[in-house]
Design a protein around this ligand. Structure first.
Ligand SMILES: [Zn+2]
Ligand SMILES: [Zn+2]
Length: 155
């Protein structure tokens, strides 16, 4: 998957471009993501903040409650309120881009399904994609290159 994917909010005030492919893509079926999206799951593309080129607008962070108690800020368009990415755990160098906001959302395919314990019963997971009741071990699942990228920003 190549970089260069563009996306944005519904009103067009916030526009962005992913400069490279993400490190890894989560499809999260947890209750929080279901509530926050109003849907069955969220698709989060994990990418370095400095690989997101801002084309227009400045998303505003909104703090939301979490089960874990770790901070989660959803960054939203200040005009239309659509969420474009998240910061989990106050890690400013790492963004979870909501892949449904890409102009071509089909360009991103989840590498893993997580929190399937609360997956809606009518959602069928694809064959061959790792799926976990809760979470997974990053070191066994992420490609070496992606792990290196993650180390470069988080240490
Ligand atoms: Zn907007
Ligand atoms: Zn979730």
């Amino acid at each position: 998957m190549a970089g260069g994917l563009e996306g944005g909010c519904s009103c067009g005030a916030v526009r962005y471009r992913l400069m490279t492919a993400p490190m890894f893509v989560h499809c999260c079926h947890c209750r929080s993501c279901q509530r926050q999206t109003g849907s069955a799951f969220v698709i989060n593309a994990l990418i370095e903040t400095d690989r997101i080129e801002r084309l227009a607008g400045e998303p505003e962070p909104v703090l939301v409650p979490t089960d874990s108690g770790r901070p989660h800020e959803i960054h939203r368009c200040p005009s239309c309120g659509i969420a474009v990415w998240s910061d989990y755990g106050r890690r400013p160098a790492l963004r979870f881009v909501r892949a449904g906001t890409l102009d071509d959302a089909s360009a991103i395919i989840p590498d893993v399904h997580i929190f399937t314990r609360s997956k809606l019963p009518w959602v069928r997971l694809p064959q061959g994609v790792p799926a976990f009741e809760v979470y997974y071990d990053l070191k066994t699942l992420w490609p070496a290159e992606s792990q290196e990228r993650r180390r470069a920003i988080l240490g």
